[in-house]
Design a protein around this ligand. Structure first.
Ligand code: SF4
Length: 399
């Protein structure tokens, strides 16, 4: 690991970001943002916490280390993406690591043999996939983040006690799929995934008054365990969450479900029917808290940098959108000109274009980046912004 850290750093480090950080450190711990300003003409405010988290750093280090320990021509396979950032995944591909499906098909499994190296990404993998790979005798390089594993521990406990895990998350996200597989592999428990407060309210109504079972099952298709029956399996529930959800929303999910349980079974009985364990990870929380503080400052717009399929980054964009014009971009190239930006729309779930995005005159731009976004991409975005205003960052820093 130590041997590859320098190589990882050389791929993803940014002198510019380090310098901006160091500058604000001189001003003390109380600053709410790292600031770089060109005579007020353009000021950028970088959230105090942003970018790579410890889990992502470890996963990338382990992938690089695997390549070093098993040099070419030894094939190395990766289940899906190591993290949700296209640039980082391209880099991994360039090292000759072959990407296969997160849940390999029979044909992909058939190509793997004893001793083949398979990397499990930071979000983990499903119990069944791990078992199949082990049975084949594959050498597993497990980069699953410790924070994801603590969610697994929690849902395993629920499952052993026949408590249904209600998981606040995205049913199709690799992490949630891995978590749901843990919820059924070690005991008689079931699971149900709720994505938002509307879905939570639907479940709460069912807990309170019952309802149309078929309608329930149709609505949550693909988001519950085999054999799940809302009449039988919503009697005792434990709430957990995907590590990268919005904390405020997760707290509201658990509050609403707890209230529904109290109404159904009475306050004195609720402990036998409801459990909750906060499994938002520290890194996600730090980035959300830092953005919350940044959003209290006067700014004209916010740039959120990261992969479009990154859950924690999407939530940062959501927070920004609630306050000011926000552009969720995967890299600096999305800022085509001061008139045109391409960015990801959370509503349309695709890249869209916006004209006249950069207001004229003196402006302040907030910047944050998700836990899977490397510093070099943040540097590119900062440089591009100044370039669009005809300002050289090099000259700015030299003064
Ligand atoms: S975002 Fe959180 S759970 Fe995901 S890798 Fe980073 S620290 Fe781990």
């Amino acid at each position: 690991m130590e041997a590859v850290q320098a190589q990882v750093l050389s791929h993803y480090r940014s002198d510019l970001v380090n310098r901006i950080r160091a500058k604000s450190k001189e001003q003390g711990d109380n600053v709410t943002a790292h600031v770089l300003s060109a005579n007020g003409l353009l000021t950028i405010k970088l959230a105090k916490e942003f970018g790579f988290c410890y889990g992502v750093e470890r996963a990338i280090d382990l992938a690089y280390a695997a390549r070093r320990v098993f040099p070419p021509p030894k094939p190395i396979y990766l289940l899906g993406e190591i993290i949700h950032n296209p640039e980082v995944n391209d880099q991994i591909r360039n090292m000759g690591i072959q990407i296969i499906s997160p849940k390999p098909s029979e044909a992909e499994m058939g190509r793997l043999g004893a001793g083949d190296v398979v990397i499990i990404p930071a979000f983990g993998t499903e119990v069944e996939t791990r078992k199949k790979l082990s049975a084949k005798g594959c050498e597993l390089v497990d980069t699953t983040c410790g924070d994801v594993m603590s969610v697994w521990k929690r849902v395993r406990q629920y499952s052993k006690e026949s408590v249904t895990s209600i998981i606040h998350g995205k049913a199709k996200h690799e992490e949630t799929k891995a978590t749901t597989s843990q919820a059924t592999a070690h005991g008689p428990g079931h699971y149900l995934v709720v994505y938002n407060l509307d879905e939570t309210d639907y479940v709460c109504d069912y807990i309170r008054r019952g309802g149309n079972k078929q309608e329930f099952l149709d609505k949550f298709k693909g988001a519950y365990s085999p054999g799940f029956d809302p009449e039988a399996h919503l009697q005792a529930v434990g709430v957990a969450n995907q590590t990268t959800m919005l904390r405020g929303e997760t707290e509201e999910v658990q509050r609403r479900i707890k209230n529904a349980m109290i109404e159904r079974f009475g306050a004195g009985e609720v402990d036998g029917h409801f459990r909750f364990f906060d499994t938002i990870c520290g890194a996600t929380q730090d980035r959300q808290d830092a953005l919350q503080k940044l959003l209290r400052e006067p700014m004209d717009l916010l740039l959120v940098i990261g992969g479009y399929n990154s859950s924690n980054t999407s939530h940062l964009a959501e927070m920004g959108e609630a306050t000011l014009p926000t552009y969720f971009i995967k890299n600096a190239a999305m800022m085509a000109s001061d008139n045109l930006i391409r960015h990801f729309s959370l509503i349309e779930q695709k890249e869209v274009e916006t004209n006249n995005w950069l207001p004229p005159g003196k402006i302040t731009v907030g910047i944050t980046a998700g836990a899977s976004c490397p510093n070099n991409l943040i540097e590119d975005a900062i440089k591009r912004l100044f370039e669009l205003r005809g300002i050289s960052v090099q000259e700015l820093l030299a003064n």
